[in-house]
Design a protein around this ligand. Structure first.
Ligand code: SF4
Ligand code: SF4
Length: 435
């Protein structure tokens, strides 16, 4: 399989500046502080159920929270002693238990037993035992995602990394190419496939070359699809359309069109869990923006506070006016840095005045720019207007449920209306009311 020379894409979308200032910064280890605060909710679904008590000794990889229902196991990221369990906020505003562990600085590890075979069932069991979740931001438990009840004939590794600033997947692709491709091949096999796609934007040429060379050397069947650099090229539905030409129906899932999409970091974590028995308690993370002294890509253990990561990168500058967990388009603006790194924390951004939108919203001028860029073909101005009035039934009629929360509308709005927050709220209430 070779490279698809066309540069497919999807309709609409936006072209924000890439601002990938950290792309040349190799991954480095972020020092872990004396105490970590590990949230028991690091995924979509129910928080994990606490299974340690104050005074317990743990190692990196010791189970501290057991998945219940839709969820994933949570592991200690250091060796040391459990000091307490405290309630604390996550960047989304939710409150959950955080396990406070005093780090003994020895970093002793507890690994999962070596696999006797690499059959589909063994790999899927290992994915569950290692607490793997989608690491691109959504945090959907991987053992469920990779056991679809429908026939799958295409697996796409999402290497688009289309959000501005973020470069940790790019660094994994060029520094850990073999591991990422091996993890992707294991996932493809778990789906019953002997080949897979890598969808990657054309601003990552260097990575494209390395992926193709490594795949050829390893004898893997990989079809690299070089996509136009456009936001949100990495959104599932848009990526599937660009790579396969298939349209996921409104309200449908990728499996409805025979596709599963997986993140680069998830593939790396699958490799680590299957080949080395390592549970998920550490991840790559980009720290970037003109409001931080050093732009970096870091390996960070879960439970490390954002403030410690910030300190390691030289601290925020006087010009920093906005801090974001995640990318500038889909991330969460923060009220501080007293939050913990989780399995899904892909970026911490510190934006200076020139980069951040700090303007106050003004009334809609009906310019329709938001509609002209919406990749889901919605009319965000109407959904916003109805949501402001509390008329959620009308917001639902205008397709609020189909919104993928990409932020293209808010990015383009000259009135700086908080359209994503408005549509997100409408979606939640529509779901609660069953509209
Ligand atoms: S309405 Fe939703 S899908 Fe459309 S541009 Fe806005 S955030 Fe994206
Ligand atoms: S882009 Fe902003 S101002 Fe223009 S129609 Fe949409 S919400 Fe109104």
């Amino acid at each position: 399989m070779g490279r698809n020379l066309k540069k497919p894409t999807f309709k609409r979308g936006v072209h924000p500046p890439h601002n990938k200032f950290s792309s040349e910064s190799a991954l480095e280890e972020c020092p872990t502080p004396d105490v970590v605060y590990i949230p028991l909710c690091q995924h979509i679904g129910k928080p994990a159920v606490l299974c340690v008590s104050a005074g317990d000794e743990v190692k990196a990889g010791t189970l501290i929270g057991r998945a219940e229902g839709l969820g994933a196991d949570v592991f200690s990221s250091v060796s040391g002693v459990v000091k307490a369990v405290v309630r604390a906020k996550t960047p989304t505003g939710a409150v959950c238990d955080h396990v406070v562990i005093e780090n003994d600085g020895k970093y002793e590890c507890e690994t999962l037993p070596a696999l006797e075979d690499f059959s589909r069932q063994s790999v899927l069991s290992r994915i569950r035992e290692a607490g793997l979740v989608g690491m691109g931001g959504a945090g959907f438990p991987s053992h469920i995602k990779y056991s679809p009840q429908k026939h799958i004939d295409a697996f796409i590794v999402n290497a688009a990394e289309c959000e501005p600033y973020i470069t940790c997947d790019y660094r994994l692709l060029i520094e850990k190419t073999h591991e990422v491709l091996d993890g992707a091949a294991l996932l493809a096999e778990a789906l019953g496939l002997d080949c897979f796609y890598v969808g990657i934007e054309d601003n990552k040429r260097h990575a494209v070359d390395i992926i193709e060379r490594t795949a050829a050397e390893s004898g893997l069947k990989v079809k690299v699809t070089v996509l136009k650099s456009k936001y949100p090229q990495g959104a599932e539905k848009q990526l599937i359309y660009a790579v396969t030409g298939r349209r996921v129906p409104n309200g449908g899932l990728p499996a409805d069109v025979g596709v599963v999409v997986g993140n680069v970091h998830t593939a790396y974590a699958v490799h680590d869990a299957v080949r080395n028995g390592t549970p998920l308690y550490r991840r790559a993370l980009t720290v970037c923006g003109s409001g931080i002294v050093h732009n970096k890509n870091l390996w960070v253990r879960t439970g490390v506070k954002y403030s410690d990561v910030e300190k390691y990168c030289g601290g925020a500058t006087d010009d920093c006016v906005k801090t974001i967990s995640g990318g500038p388009m889909m991330g969460f603006a923060l009220d501080g840095t007293d939050y913990s790194v989780t399995k899904t924390t892909g970026a911490l951004l510190f934006l200076g005045r020139a980069e951040a939108n700090t303007l106050q919203p003004s009334p809609c001028i009906n310019c329709a720019k938001c509609a002209s860029v919406c990749p889901m073909n919605l009319m965000p101005m109407y959904i916003d207007a109805y949501a402001q009035r509390g008329d959620y039934a009308s917001a639902a009629k205008y397709g609020a449920k189909s919104c993928i929360e990409c932020g293209c509308c808010a990015y383009s709005c000259p009135a700086k209306r908080p359209l994503v927050q408005s549509v997100r709220l409408a979606k939640r209430i529509i779901k609660e009311k069953g509209l």
